[in-house]
Ligand binder design. Structure first.
Ligand SMILES: O=C(O)Cc1cc(O)ccc1O
Ligand SMILES: [Fe+2]
Length: 432
């Protein structure tokens, strides 16, 4: 049996990868021969329009035991706390908001049942915006599988590794790594450590890509080679299974009489991938001032306006801080973009108290924020030696669209209703 640490991966962001679990299963020189090797069915899977420009085009050819069309009819099912954009159940207030980590459920809960939406923006019907969910699971998905027609999923594990068994192969993803699953890919989440909690960005818009590097040059930030794709790995199992689809904001289920993870070989550009955040090559000032956090962009989903993100995934990794004559924490600011933040582990430099691992904060369009009062006093008086920010990993989903919190998020006991008080102690220092 393969242990998780022995899982093999293919390397390179957006490459046309090819992989076969059985030698000879992948057709050579063409995609759909009259008869695919080994009696397999050929199926094309497209996550961009056929006519998308070549550099953006994403599609994968799968060679599978049965085509995906061999499935039952869908029936709607309820989804307790899963929501989609636009969220209209409560008006979004401009308040600064923060939450403690959500507690694990006591009853048996798999990845699908453990999805809780915190906020969403845009509109999935027009493939714009995103949703932010938490997942809190204590059970493996065993005889059921999931796919999301509404968007690409970025999973940010915070506690407990996950094993993602997907149509295109298996990925083992630990806290400190992220997993991106294209819209439509069927998968199952298992929990090697028995339980798992994390954040999800459900991206309704353009698939995530690596940001441009500009004058930084040919290297730096997230490097293409560090994005790892699975190798083909199939199940040939007949039995009673269920496929759950998220489609148009609702959940549906249908019966399957076989495992849908039956892809023996594949070739293409659309596939799940993982990335270890510690591989991020941090670029920052070696002179003065605090640069914009866009220097920490790992992946971006662009909107139709150049330079304006549908959603950016930004991290705050361990790094040296050497800026001279500088107020080193994030500055006080107001932003046209909306910022949803989470903490994987450690302490975040602007908020030493209250922003906890597994927790979250939401600073929407034009809602003013910045360091809490104590951090301001400390950083204004600190001796500016080189300091290493260690053992920390916060992140931000930053979007041009306002995140509307769900009713659950607004009314949850996890909400820190006194969050605004972290700025209450800001003193008047004016001394003309
Ligand atoms: O608000 C935040 O904490 C995120 C953030 C960090 C930073 O270094 C600069 C701007 C910014 O919005
Ligand atoms: Fe901010």
């Amino acid at each position: 049996m393969t242990t998780f640490s022995e899982l093999q991966y293919l390397h390179g962001f957006g490459n046309e990868h090819e992989t076969e679990a059985l030698t000879g299963a992948l057709p050579q020189g063409q995609f759909n021969p009259q008869q695919a090797p080994m009696g397999l069915y050929a199926e094309q899977f497209s996550t961009t329009a056929f006519t998308a420009p070549r550099h953006q085009n994403r599609r994968t050819w799968m060679y599978r035991i049965r085509p995906s069309a061999a499935q039952g009819d869908f029936q709607p099912i309820t989804s307790d706390l899963l929501r989609s954009g636009p969220i209209t159940e409560v008006p979004a207030p401009p308040n600064l908001m923060r939450w403690d980590a959500l507690a694990f459920p006591e009853k048996e809960t798999d990845f699908i049942d453990g999805l809780i939406t915190m906020a969403a923006n845009g509109n999935l019907q027009v493939q714009t915006g995103s949703a932010v969910h938490m997942y809190l699971a204590n059970q493996d998905m065993t005889d059921r599988f999931f796919y999301n027609a509404d968007g690409e999923l970025m999973l940010v594990p915070q506690q407990g590794a996950i094993l993602a068994k997907t149509e295109l192969g298996n990925l083992h993803v630990s806290p400190g790594e992220i997993l991106v699953i294209p819209r439509g890919i069927k998968f199952q989440i298992q929990l090697p450590e028995g339980k798992a909690r994390g954040y999800i960005c459900e991206n309704y818009g353009a698939p995530f890509i690596l940001p441009e590097r500009g004058p930084v040059g040919a290297n730096g930030y997230a490097n293409d080679r560090d994005f790892h794709y699975p190798v083909a790995c199939f199940e040939d199992i007949d039995g009673e299974f269920e496929l759950v689809a998220k489609f148009g904001g609702n959940l549906f289920r249908c019966k399957l009489d076989h495992s849908p993870l039956d892809v023996v070989a594949w070739v293409g550009t659309s596939a799940p991938y993982k990335y270890d955040l510690s591989r991020f090559n941090v670029i920052n000032t070696v002179s003065f001032d605090h640069p914009d956090p866009s220097i920490f962009t790992v992946l971006t989903s662009q909107s139709d306006t150049p330079g304006v993100a549908n959603i950016d995934f930004v991290i705050f990794p361990p790094r040296w801080m050497v800026a001279e004559n500088t107020f080193r924490p994030p500055w006080y600011h107001r932003n046209v973009m909306s910022e949803f933040m989470g903490l994987i582990h450690g302490v975040y430099d602007a908020k030493e108290k209250g922003f906890v691992p597994g927790g979250a904060s939401l600073h929407n369009c034009m809602s003013p924020h910045g360091p809490e009062a104590e951090v301001f006093e400390k950083a204004s008086a600190a001796e500016l030696e080189p300091v290493r920010y260690k053992d920390t990993m916060a992140f931000m989903f930053e979007s041009r669209f306002v995140f509307a919190p769900t009713r659950f998020a607004l009314e949850s006991n996890a909400r820190q209703t006194d969050y605004i008080d972290c700025w209450k102690g800001l003193k008047k220092h004016f001394n003309r």
